[in-house]
Design a protein around this ligand. Structure first.
Ligand SMILES: [Zn+2]
Length: 263
C-alpha cells in the first residue's frame, strides 16, 4: 500500500478528472492522498474534494508564492483546521527562488511577508496540534531559523518536495520533522538529492507527487497525478536498498502517524 503525501487535485489540470484519478490510484495500490491548500479562497474547493472520498484528506494554508491573496491569521487557520478532514497546516514556508534580482526593496518586502505568514502558520499548527507542511526553496537558513524560533518541534511536520542539501534535512530531522521526496528524485540530474534521500531515516521518510507538477520519470513533462507516486517510491526504495513493498509500508505508516489518520 502506497500513499501520496502531497497533491493538488483542485488545480485545473486535475480538477475535471476526479474519478479517473481515484481509479488510477486504486490500480496502482495508492490508498491515500493529501490534498494541499495554497490560498484561503481555494480552501472550500480543497475541502470539498477531501469530503468526496474516504481516501482523501486535506490541509489549510497559504503558499509562500501566493501573492496578492487573503493573508491568513492564526485564528482563521485554527478555525478552518477544526474540520475532521483537515489533517495539516500548510503548505507554508519560504521560497526565495523567483524573487526579483534587481529590486532590493521589493525583495525585502516579499521576504518579510513570507516570513510573517510562515510564523502565523507555525503558531496555528502549535495551537491545533496538527503538523506543518513546509515548502522551502533557496531559503534553507531562514526556514530552519524560523521553525526553531517558533517552536515547530512542538507540532511536527514535513519538509515537502525536498530539494535542499543534507545539512538542511539534518536540521529538519533534529526538529522532529519528516522529509518528503517527489518525482524530482527520479530526474537524471538529481544525483545530489538522491544521496540526501538515501540518508533520511526510514521512520521519517514520506513520498509524494506534488501533482499536477513534477511528474516522475517515465512520465516526466506530462501532467502528474497521485498514482505516479509509485515511481517515486520505486526510486527511493532502490536508494534505501529496500524492497518496494517495505518502502511502501513504512512510508504509509509514517503518513498515518504524522497526520494522525486512523487506518
Ligand atoms: Zn504543493
Amino acid at each position: 500500500m502506497l500513499v501520496d503525501s502531497h497533491c493538488h487535485l483542485d488545480f485545473p489540470e486535475l480538477a475535471d478528472r476526479f474519478d479517473a484519478i481515484l481509479e488510477n490510484m486504486a490500480a496502482n495500490d495508492v490508498s491515500r492522498a493529501l490534498c494541499v491548500c495554497v490560498t484561503l479562497p481555494d480552501f472550500p474547493r480543497v475541502l470539498a474534494l477531501a469530503e468526496r472520498d474516504a481516501r482523501l484528506h486535506a490541509s489549510v494554508g497559504v503558499h509562500p508564492d501566493s501573492v496578492d491573496t487573503v493573508e491568513p491569521d492564526v485564528e482563521t487557520l485554527v478555525g478552518l483546521a477544526a474540520h475532521p478532514k483537515i489533517v495539516a497546516i500548510g503548505e507554508t514556508g519560504l521560497d526565495y527562488y523567483r524573487e526579483p534580482a534587481d529590486d532590493e526593496a521589493l525583495r525585502r518586502r516579499l521576504r518579510e511577508t513570507q516570513q510573517q505568514r510562515f510564523r502565523v502558520h507555525i503558531r496555528a499548527a502549535r495551537a491545533t496540534g496538527k503538523p506543518l507542511i513546509v515548502h522551502t526553496r533557496s531559503a534553507s537558513a531562514d526556514t530552519i531559523r524560523i521553525l526553531r524560533e517558533e517552536g515547530a518541534d512542538q507540532c511536527g511536520g514535513v519538509l515537502h518536495c525536498f530539494t535542499e542539501d543534507w545539512e538542511t534535512a539534518r536540521a529538519g530531522l533534529d526538529l522532529g520533522l519528516h522529509v518528503s521526496f517527489s518525482g524530482i528524485v527520479t530526474f537524471r540530474n538529481a544525483e545530489p538529492l538522491r544521496q540526501v534521500a538515501a540518508k533520511v531515516p526510514i521512520d521519517r521518510l514520506l513520498v509524494e507527487t506534488d501533482s499536477p507538477y513534477l511528474a516522475p520519470v517515465p512520465h516526466r513533462g506530462r501532467t502528474n497525478e497521485p498514482a505516479f507516486v509509485r515511481h517515486v517510491a520505486e526510486r527511493v526504495a532502490e536508494l534505501k536498498a529496500l524492497p518496494l513493498t517495505e518502502l511502501a509500508d513504512r512510508t504509509t505508516e509514517n503518513y498515518f502517524t504524522l497526520f494522525k489518520i486512523l487506518q
